[in-house]
Design a binder for this molecule. Structure first.
Ligand code: HEM
Length: 536
């Protein structure tokens, strides 16, 4: 063919290749010129937001690294707490530090309550996600419904306490099965199942069996979910990466599959509840949601049902399918975060055996050995609470919130941000701010204790891990009760030891939540004779 065109192979190389390279270079120069122009112009009419120079095509994506929150904290030292970057062609504003974050999320709460129009966000919870949905009147109704349902079932400690205590005891039994006679094992999968089963009990009135393979498989995928939707994921900001084989395209396909599978799993559980639903009876959160939204099978139109309970989309403005999507969101949001928290708690307990035994002694003094710890012991166990808050602060395991977006043009600290600007909120920067914490890089639970040994509640409440403003986490109170009960029961019953053959790694995984790298530990019952939990 080349010969037919009058070009030998060598001639082709000499004449065509340089032309291709020149065109590519020209394109890159044009793109770089455009970046520079945009960069200079951004914020026209007001001050330009500072930030690093964005490279053609990728913007600052290659600078983020494995831990974008650390990169942002470093950038904040150079550009200030409010700066901008570019990911692909998307402009992203990054908020750091308590004061800046509160000025945005709390003082201008409605303007910062949006979510970006990312394609991956529309795949979550059948496209009706509360956590990933855009800010609208319908979203506000959805949030109010989820909030009141959670409050009704978890407001008092009663039902929640029952579910957590029972899961904590099963967890200990599973630990003893996996590591008989103190043999080391990996606790991560059991922690994920325990956290998810608390929510399954609250949402469906039943836990999933330990040998339910589908359930276990889905829990194992939550890390991939977090990598796809976490701030810094390239999935939505460089959609062209989906056009050819590369790790981002693989992640995107995985993400579609896992959303579909998780939603189907939730759908099956809700369907069982629909089949046995009785008006006037609220066995679990799905029943309460059905009572509010109607119990028609999804896709069968309106939700007027005999029994006089169904309120119909007319009144609430939400279709019956919102039962599945609400449960999907609550279960998804709860299990990943709670199991990450429990992993960090165990990680620090085995790392610091002296602290572990002091916490055990506090439990013995306050609770005694004849019963399990209860939620109402919390105020009398300040060292345990201080340990949990320091674990939350130090690990900051949701370092960046789910990405936000502005809902309207808004001014922040003298900078004008247009509507639909993507906003990243760096919670890690608040919890490791030298202006707020002495030696933030040191693990020091006593920073939360006053001189008289009581918990400094104001300081504890200022740890930022559940975000702030209109998108603040719905499960904050539930999580704090849950983490306290799990930790208290585990410590009351067990002694945890590091595996001398596998030193703990200082590194962690990346994504929406961060976890310690896989580690093993050994467990023994503290009190074999009087232990309330016995080996299975
Ligand atoms: C230690 C455990 C938890 C942590 C650290 C945590 C943290 C967070 C964070 C950082 C967000 C994003 C907020 C934002 O984008 O500004 C969030 C959202 C959310 N969380 Fe949690 N969460 C935890 C547990 C839970 C639990 C147990 C539930 C449910 C029972 C839950 C339900 C939600 C929901 C529904 C949202 C979406 C809120 C919205 O977009 O309006 N979370 N959580």
């Amino acid at each position: 063919m080349d010969v037919a065109l009058g070009l030998s192979e060598g001639g082709w190389r000499l004449q065509v290749q340089p032309a291709l390279w020149l065109s590519l270079l020209l394109l890159l120069c044009l793109e770089a010129g455009r970046c520079l122009r945009d960069w200079r112009r951004s914020g026209a009419g007001s001050r330009r937001l500072p930030g690093p120079f964005p490279w053609p095509l990728v913007g600052n994506a290659l600078q983020l690294g494995d831990s974008p929150h650390l990169t942002f904290a470093r950038m904040a030292r150079r550009y200030g707490d409010l700066f901008q970057i570019r990911l692909g062609r998307r402009r992203v504003v990054v908020l750091n530090g308590e004061a800046t974050i509160r000025r945005a999320l709390v003082q201008r709460s409605a303007q910062f309550a949006g979510r970006p129009d990312f394609a991956s966000f529309r795949l979550v919870s059948g496209g009706r996600s509360l956590a990933f949905g855009r800010y609208s009147e319908q979203w506000r109704l959805h949030r109010r419904l989820a909030q009141s349902t959670l409050r009704a079932f978890c407001g008092g400690a009663g039902l929640l306490e029952q579910c957590v205590s029972s899961e904590a005891c099963r967890l200990i039994e599973a630990f003893l099965r996996l590591g008989p006679a103190g043999r080391p094992f990996e606790p991560a999968a059991e922690l994920a199942a325990a956290a998810a089963n608390v929510m399954c009990s609250l949402c469906f009135g039943r836990r999933c069996a330990d040998d339910d393979r589908e359930f276990r498989r889905l829990l194992g995928l939550s890390e991939r979910f977090g990598r796809a939707v976490g701030a810094g994921s390239l999935l939505d900001v460089m959609p062209w990466l989906r056009a050819f084989p590369n790790p981002v395209r693989a992640l995107s396909r995985d993400f579609e599959r896992l959303n579909r599978d998780f939603y189907r799993f939730v759908g099956r559980q809700v369907a069982r509840g629909r089949a046995t639903y009785r008006p006037g009876v609220r066995r679990h959160m799905s029943d309460a949601l059905m009572a509010a939204l109607g119990r028609c099978m999804p896709g069968k139109g309106g939700n007027a049902q005999p029994g006089g309970e169904a309120q119909g989309p007319g009144r609430l403005g939400l279709e019956p399918e919102y039962v599945e999507s609400s449960v999907n969101d609550l279960l998804g949001a709860a299990q990943d975060t709670t199991s990450a928290a429990l992993s960090w708690i165990l990680f620090h307990l085995v790392r610091l055996p002296g602290l572990q035994s002091r916490l055990g002694q506090e439990l013995d003094r306050v609770v005694g050995r004849e019963r399990l710890p209860r939620a109402d012991d919390r105020s009398r166990l300040p060292s345990l609470e201080a340990f949990i808050y320091e674990t939350l602060r130090y690990s900051s395991f949701v370092p960046l919130t789910i990405p936000h977006a502005t809902t309207a043009p808004v001014e922040l600290d003298g900078y004008r941000l247009p509507a639909d600007t993507v906003v990243f909120v760096n919670q890690w920067s608040v919890n490791h701010d030298r202006r707020k914490w002495a030696e933030p890089g040191a693990f020091e639970p006593s920073r939360f204790l006053r001189r008289d040994g009581s918990l400094d509640r104001e300081l504890a409440a200022s740890v930022m891990l559940f975000s702030a403003g209109k998108r603040r986490c719905l499960g904050e109170q539930l999580s704090k009760t849950q983490l306290f009960l799990f930790t208290a029961i585990l410590l009351h019953q067990c002694a945890f030891r590091a595996n001398p053959a596998q030193p703990l790694s200082a590194g962690c995984t990346s994504g929406l939540t961060i976890r310690p790298r896989a580690f093993t530990l050994s467990v023994t019952l503290r009190d074999k004779q009087r232990g309330i939990v016995s080996p299975a």
